[in-house]
Design a binder for this molecule. Structure first.
Ligand SMILES: C[S@@+](CC[C@H](N)C(=O)[O-])C[C@H]1O[C@@H](n2cnc3c(N)ncnc32)[C@H](O)[C@@H]1O
Length: 265
């Protein structure tokens, strides 16, 4: 079976290898976030903000917040923003951003295992931005999110589009081309070390994540009592096309991101 480079199927859970990898690669991720030519900024973040709608006065929890750019933005829009992440270096960056933006965030260190410590109905929105691939038990996590939400509440999710985790870049005479490889339904835990998962000496930082299909996420949400209200596969904005036409063309060919909004039934 053909897999992207530096990627292999492996045994066992993704956690805690995944959070250890994020701790080691925290500096690389912050550098990625600071870049202008950054597909999250060009494609995912604007689409997610549209999905969130008017958040004034809402109580929000961002799970796997990392540097908490969503929570800073939510607080700027008038939300009461809470954040949770296992990596202290990323939370430090979140605290600096909040200070620069002049907003208050309620941050704590920890992963999805901390969700049971929050109260029933404590939040109006629970966000999972670019994090669920690292979470082993999405069914249990969604059940907890359902409990934490107020009756009108919803979850907002962004993911690497499941089709994208089956793609490789391929050199051709015309330049790089994106090709879909292996089977879409080949689920499992993969170990990978590329992109930001490389240390200063060029050695891979092994990270583990789950390969799941869209059906897996929908089933887990519905099983936890949610109703899917929106599913988005965003195209780049005109500004995005102007800044980074190559990545936007790839996203056009095979979407980079999948966004889901699910409401409490
Ligand atoms: C791709 S980053 C996304 C960070 C942030 N949400 C963003 O959009 O910039 C993945 C994040 O998931 C966090 N993470 C990894 N495993 C986790 C777990 N089991 N529970 C909660 N967060 C986790 C990492 O520490 C990291 O901050």
């Amino acid at each position: 079976m053909l897999l992207p480079p530096h990627t292999r199927y492996t045994d066992g859970p993704a956690d805690p290898i995944s959070r250890e990898a994020w701790a080691r690669a925290a500096g690389n991720y912050l550098a990625h976030c600071a870049r202008e030519r950054n597909w999250n900024k060009l494609i995912e973040i604007p689409a997610m903000r549209r999905l969130l709608g008017d958040v004034r006065g809402k109580r929000t929890l961002e799970v796997g917040c990392g540097p908490a750019h969503y929570s800073v933005w939510l607080a700027q829009q008038g939300a009461e923003a809470w954040g949770l992440d296992p990596v202290e270096a990323l939370l430090d960056a979140a605290r600096r951003s909040a200070e620069e933006a002049g907003v208050e965030l309620r941050l704590r260190q920890g992963g999805v295992e901390c969700l049971p410590e929050y109260l029933d109905g404590q939040f109006d929105i629970v966000l999972f931005p670019m994090v669920l691939e690292y979470v082993d038990d999405i069914a249990g996590t969604f059940r907890e999110a359902h409990r934490l939400l107020s009756p009108e509440g919803f979850v907002a999710i962004s993911l690497v589009h499941p089709m994208r985790s089956f793609s490789v870049k391929h050199e051709t005479e015309g330049g790089e081309e994106l090709r879909i490889v292996s089977g879409y339904v080949e689920r499992g835990v993969i170990e990978w070390s590329m992109w930001i998962m490389v240390d200063e000496e060029g050695n891979g930082i092994p990270c583990k994540s789950h390969r799941r299909t869209i059906e897996d996420y929908v089933e887990a949400l519905v099983g936890a009592g949610f109703l899917i209200e929106a599913l988005r596969e965003p195209d780049a904005s005109p500004e995005g096309w102007a800044v980074d036409p190559r990545n936007c063309r790839e996203n056009h060919h095979c979407p980079d991101f999948l966004l889901l909004k699910a409401v409490k039934r």
